[in-house]
Design a protein around this ligand. Structure first.
Ligand SMILES: [Zn+2]
Ligand SMILES: [Zn+2]
Length: 371
């Protein structure tokens, strides 16, 4: 089968590899119907994921059809349509029992797929602990609708949850890339008064505005974000700040934009250490929450998609066959052609889908920062 492999020389190459078979009783083999490229794949490519194993098949965002199951798999059978979880977790250890699946103590616990064990930018993928690592796609939900469930949507869902958003809150999301957009959509599920999107990329803000992913958009490099947030909150600051950008100064921006006693959720992955200036923030009594996603609630996410409450399909700006994935990587990595997310089809592109079309759904009319 064809698969994207992280080579010894640090490059990604589309290669011929043998199809996976169950290795453990809890394994399932999934025929990958649609996969995607994530910025974490680029982190592997750039060598900034030390635990990534050379020779591994990359890709950790995919949906497909179960074709084979090990003897211990109870919840799934061949023919089932499934979303694959980015995280591998046993479901039984101390952390799994508490929902903290990112810290599963199994040797393959946490982000293993497409990093330490073969992933899903391939025709087939082996999923360990399939009863935990797979989620059934509800009837009526398409593969593209479910594509981001196990990774960036799970991250946005978890980020909104740790932000403890209450009805009527003003939520500021820093970062308007794919994960930021998922965070905005999931924040909106908690009935905030406003979701404000901030990003330094005019293109990304325009995309958010075009699709109504946030109520207000702001470019802090060009506009006064603090003034905007204070104007919208009677001078207090944001009740909840979700930092998804991971930029050079976005952590500082995050805590400064929060109101006293607010919650700052740090979802971003930084390339450098960050400074926590405790004297400067003394008396502001902030709560910080950090970490990597605990992606244990994908069934809830899929139910929300089925109910029409979560729709990320507009983010799919490009579609490619797996055989052309290197071209897709070039577009994604270099942010060409206004790319947001790419759907990769290992078993052929769907008919009638042109290169880049996607349905547009408006939630609420966003207004600009300057209004
Ligand atoms: Zn990812
Ligand atoms: Zn576990």
């Amino acid at each position: 089968m064809k698969a994207v492999v992280y080579e010894d020389n640090g490059k990604f190459e589309l290669k011929e590899r043998s199809e996976p078979v169950p290795e453990e009783p809890g394994d399932a083999i999934v025929k990958v119907m649609v996969a995607s490229i994530c910025s974490s794949d680029l982190h592997i490519k750039h060598g900034s994921v030390p635990k990534a194993r050379k020779g591994v098949i990359v890709g950790h965002e995919m949906v497909g059809e179960v074709v084979q199951t090990g003897s211990a798999v109870k919840k799934f059978k061949p023919g089932d349509r499934v979303a694959v979880n980015v995280e591998t977790f046993c479901g039984e250890c101390f952390y799994c029992q508490r929902g903290f699946v990112n810290n599963c103590t199994d040797k393959n616990g946490g982000w293993a797929l497409g990093c330490r064990i073969d992933g899903g930018q391939a025709e087939y993928v082996r999923v360990p602990f399939a009863d935990q690592g797979l989620n059934a796609i509800p009837e009526g939900v398409s593969y593209e609708q479910a594509l981001f469930t196990g990774d960036i949507l799970a991250t946005g869902y978890w980020g909104a949850k740790i932000g403890e958003i209450k009805p009527g809150d003003t939520v500021l999301v820093l970062g308007a890339g794919p994960t930021g957009i998922c965070t905005m959509l999931c924040a909106a599920l908690h009935n905030p008064a406003y979701v404000i999107a901030a990003d330094s990329s005019p293109e990304r803000l325009a995309f958010v505005k075009q699709h109504g992913f946030a109520d207000v958009v702001c470019n802090p490099c060009e506009e006064d974000l603090e003034r905007l947030v204070k104007e919208m909150t009677e001078g207090r600051g944001a009740d909840v700040v979700l930092e998804v950008a991971g930029g050079k100064d976005t952590f500082q921006l995050a805590w400064k934009m929060a109101r006293p006693n607010g919650i700052v959720g740090v979802i971003a992955l930084y390339e450098e250490n960050q400074v926590l200036p405790l004297p400067d923030m003394y008396g502001k009594n902030l709560t910080f929450k950090t970490g990597g996603v605990d992606a244990g609630e994908c069934d809830k996410i899929l139910a929300l998609i089925a109910e029409g409450k979560l729709d990320t399909t507009a983010m799919i700006t490009h579609r490619f066959a797996l055989s052309d994935i290197m071209q897709a990587y070039d577009i994604f990595e270099n942010r060409k052609e206004h790319v947001m997310k790419i759907a990769v089809y290992p078993h052929g592109l769907p008919e009638k889908k042109t290169h880049r079309d996607s349905p547009v759904k408006r939630r609420r009319m966003p207004s600009s920062c300057e209004k």
